[in-house]
Write a protein that binds this ligand. Structure first.
Ligand code: HEM
Length: 416
C-alpha cells in the first residue's frame, strides 16, 4: 500500500526542498496537484516555523507551520482579525468581497450576531431531528454506487450527501436542487477556472433570487432566518445574505466532500485500519472520524491580520501584517501528535485543528461528523470489497487540498 506522505516527501527530497527559497512553493497551486508538501512543512516546522514571505503575486505575509503558533492565532480574535479576509488572495484580485459581511469574515461583536443566528441550526438538538433522513439519503447514495460498480467516489458519493443536507437547511425547493448540485459540482470540479467561476456566479444569482422570495414570504429555513436578520435596526443587505448563503454552501459541501474522499482513500491504503473500523464500527467510529479529519485536513490554510504588534515564535509581527496558518502542517506536528504521519483510526487524544479553533471554530462540526459517519456506516454495510481502480487526481488549490477524483471498483457485500 502507498503511504502518500512518504511518496510526496520522497519527491520533495529529490527536488532538494530543504531550503528557505522553497517556501514560495506553498502558494503555488501546482505544488498540491501531487498531494501535500509534507516534507517542506516538516522542514519549516523544524527550521523556520514563523517565516515572512515577501510580496509578489500575493501580498507579504507570515507563514506559521507549527501547532502552537497556529492555535494561538486562531484563539485570539482580538489580536488576529478575520474581517479583511481569511484566505490568501492574489494582490490583483483586491479585497475579499465577503470582508466584514460574512460570518467567517467578521470580528466581534458583529461575528456574534451572525453566529448566534446560524449556530442553533447546527446544534445537536436540531441535528438529531435530521439524523433519520441523513441515514436514508446515505443508504440510497451508497446503494446506487454499489449498483454502478465502477464509480468516482468523489462525485458519485462524497459530493452528494453534503449538498443535499445544505440545500435542505437553506430551504432550496426540491425542483431547484438538481441545478444547484450541478453548479456546485462545477464550481469545484469543472476543468477550467472560467467554468468554475461561471458556475459560482450561477449560485450567487440563484441565492439572490431566493433571498428576495424569502424576504417576501419567509419559510422555516436558514435563508429566511438570515434574510430576516437585523443589525442596528436595518435588515442585512441582500448581497450580504447571499454571500453568507454561499459561504454555508461552500463551507458545508467542499470540506466534507474532501474529508470523506480523503478518508476513504486512507482507509483503502491502510487495510488494517479498514478492518479495525469495519469489525468494531460503533466503538471505533468517533476516533476514526477525528483521525480522518486530521489526516485529510482539507482546509489548507486560514489567514488573519494582526491588529497590534505581537510576538509569535520569537518573531515580531507588526500591526496590519498578514499571518497564514497552515492547518495541514499543524496537524502533522510531532510535538502534539506522536507518529504524526501514521494513520491510526484509534488515535487519542487527537485535538487537531482541521476545524479551526477559538471563536470561528467550524459551526458545522457536528453535521460534518454525522455525514461522514452515515456514509462510512453504509459503506461497510453494503460494500464487500472496494479497490482503487485508476489514478486518484488531486486538486491544485492553495485553499483546500484533497481529491478531485477517486476511481473505485466496488463489489456488493454478500448477504448470508
Ligand atoms: C470536514 C468538514 C469541514 C471542515 C474541514 C471545515 C473547516 C473549517 C475551518 C478550518 C473553519 C475555521 C475558519 C476560521 O477560523 O476562520 C470553519 C469555519 C466554518 N465552517 Fe466549516 N468545515 C467543515 C464542515 C462545515 C460544514 C458541514 C458547514 C456548514 C454546513 C461549515 C460551515 C462553516 C462556517 C459557516 C464557518 C465560519 C464560522 C465562524 O466564522 O464563526 N463547515 N470550517
Amino acid at each position: 500500500m502507498i503511504d502518500t506522505s512518504t511518496v510526496i516527501d520522497g519527491i520533495h527530497a529529490v527536488h532538494g526542498v530543504h531550503d528557505v527559497h522553497d517556501i514560495g512553493r506553498l502558494v503555488d497551486g501546482e505544488t498540491y496537484r501531487h498531494g501535500n508538501p509534507f516534507g517542506l512543512w516538516r522542514w519549516m516546522r523544524e527550521n523556520e516555523p514563523v517565516v515572512r514571505h515577501e510580496p509578489g503575486v500575493f501580498p507579504a505575509f507570515w507563514s506559521l507551520t507549527r501547532f502552537d503558533e497556529v492555535k494561538e492565532v486562531l484563539r485570539d480574535a482580538e489580536t488576529f482579525s478575520s474581517s479583511s479576509g481569511i484566505l490568501l488572495r492574489p494582490l490583483a484580485q483586491g479585497e475579499d468581497p465577503g470582508s466584514n459581511r460574512t460570518l467567517a469574515l467578521s470580528d466581534p461583536p458583529r461575528h456574534q450576531l451572525l453566529r448566534g443566528a446560524v449556530a442553533g441550526w447546527f446544534a445537536p438538538r436540531n441535528l438529531r431531528r435530521l439524523s433519520d433522513s441523513l441515514d436514508s439519503a446515505a443508504y440510497s447514495i451508497v446503494r446506487s454506487a454499489v449498483a454502478a460498480s465502477r464509480i468516482d467516489f468523489v462525485g458519485d458519493v462524497a459530493a452528494k450527501l453534503p449538498i443535499e443536507v445544505v440545500c435542505s437547511f437553506l430551504g432550496v425547493p426540491d425542483e431547484d436542487r438538481p441545478s444547484l448540485v450541478q453548479w456546485s459540482t462545477d464550481a469545484f470540479c469543472a476543468g477550467t477556472a472560467e467554468d468554475r467561476s461561471i458556475a459560482h456566479l450561477e449560485i450567487l444569482d440563484y441565492f439572490g433570487d431566493l433571498v428576495e422570495r424569502r424576504r417576501a414570504t419567509p419559510g422555516e429555513d436558514l435563508v429566511s432566518v438570515l434574510a430576516g436578520l437585523t443589525h442596528q435596526g436595518e435588515h442585512l443587505p441582500v448581497d450580504e445574505v447571499v454571500l453568507n448563503c454561499d459561504n454555508l454552501l461552500v463551507g458545508g459541501t467542499e470540506n466534507v466532500r474532501l474529508a470523506m474522499s480523503g478518508g476513504m482513500l486512507a482507509l483503502l491504503e491502510h487495510p488494517e485500519q479498514w478492518a479495525l473500523l469495519r469489525d468494531d464500527f460503533d466503538t471505533v467510529v468517533n476516533t476514526a472520524i477525528d483521525e480522518i479529519l486530521r489526516w485529510t485536513s482539507s482546509a489548507t490554510h486560514i489567514m488573519r491580520r494582526a491588529t497590534r504588534d505581537v510576538e509569535l515564535g520569537g518573531r515580531l509581527i507588526r500591526r496590519g501584517e498578514l499571518v497564514v496558518c497552515w492547518l495541514t502542517s499543524a496537524n502533522r506536528d510531532p510535538a502534539h501528535f506522536p507518529d504524526p504521519d501514521v494513520f491510526d483510526v484509534r488515535r487519542g487524544p487527537n485535538r487537531h485543528l482541521a476545524l479551526g479553533a477559538g471563536p470561528h471554530y467550524c459551526v458545522g462540526t457536528q453535521l460534518a461528523k454525522l455525514e461522514i459517519r452515515a456514509v462510512l456506516r453504509e459503506f461497510f454495510a453494503q460494500v464487500g470489497d472496494a479497490a482503487v481502480d485508476g489514478e486518484p487526481e488531486y486538486l491544485d488549490s492553495i485553499v483546500v487540498n484533497g481529491l478531485r477524483a477517486l476511481p473505485l471498483r466496488l463489489t456488493p457485500r454478500r448477504t448470508e
